[in-house]
Write a protein that binds this ligand. Structure first.
Ligand code: GSH
Length: 220
């Protein structure tokens, strides 16, 4: 299996976490999304990463890639009950939407947009608080695919919090506990390069958006 990646992409990171959790062997090929190579555009139907090459086949969409990886490397990280599995898939979709909202937060051009995005993100986190149980994971005792889908999101919240006194989890104890468990999970840490925090901060700086101005001069 060969995973096509962009270093900072949270969707790719979901797949790296899943592959690592499953102990799967895989190669990783990095591309520059600002200047994607023609071979990549030829195989990626949406022009997006991640893409997983398996022999002559191409699998795209992180949630689908992760289900494939899960199925070929038992035991499964998906719950056995079909209804719980369906609910998990639905919340994985919710997590994808929240990743885009988070992206909107750190690329917002001005304070008004930034605050609007922050409101969207906080609303999403409140919705999660309402569905989470006692933890430590989304389904309780067992770490599952749905957890791999949220780890990159929470790792970025952690960095955003460190750079600015911005509390995303105030009044959300279950989300805060899940966040802590996810960012401390070894596969979350090892799914990104050692200089990820700097890389991420430089990326935000380059957007020249409101978050970049907010964080200017701060160190992690
Ligand atoms: N729904 C996709 C989203 C993937 C995605 O948005 N990837 C971004 C990078 S993080 C991308 O490749 N963007 C390139 C583009 O939109 O042209 C998934 O879950 O795999």
């Amino acid at each position: 299996m060969e995973l096509i990646s962009f270093r900072l992409c949270p969707f790719v990171q979901r797949s790296v976490i899943t592959l690592q959790e499953k102990g799967a062997e895989f190669d990783i090929t990095y591309i520059d999304l600002a200047d994607p190579p023609s071979w990549f555009l030829a195989i990626s139907p949406f022009g997006k990463v991640p893409v997983l090459r398996v022999g002559d086949s191409v699998v795209f969409e992180s949630a689908v890639i992760n289900e494939y990886v899960d199925e070929v490397t038992p035991p499964s990280l998906h719950p056995s009950d079909p209804l719980i599995r369906a609910v998990n898939r639905a919340w994985i979709e919710f997590g994808s939407d929240l990743i885009f909202k988070q992206y909107g937060l750190y690329t917002a051009a001005d304070e008004e947009t930034f605050e609007a995005k922050r409101h969207e993100v906080l609303t999403g986190l409140r919705q999660l608080e309402d569905v989470l149980g006692e933890g430590p994971w989304f389904n309780g005792a067992d770490f599952a695919l749905v957890d791999t889908a949220y780890a990159p999101l929470f790792q970025r919240f952690e960095l955003l919090e460190q750079w600015h006194a911005m509390d995303f989890f105030e009044g959300l104890p279950k989300v805060a506990a899940w966040h802590r468990a996810l960012v401390e999970r070894p596969t979350t840490t090892t799914s990104v390069a050692e200089d990820f925090a700097d890389d991420f901060r430089n990326y935000i700086a380059k957007t020249e958006g409101y978050a970049a101005r907010l964080y200017a001069g701060r160190t992690a």
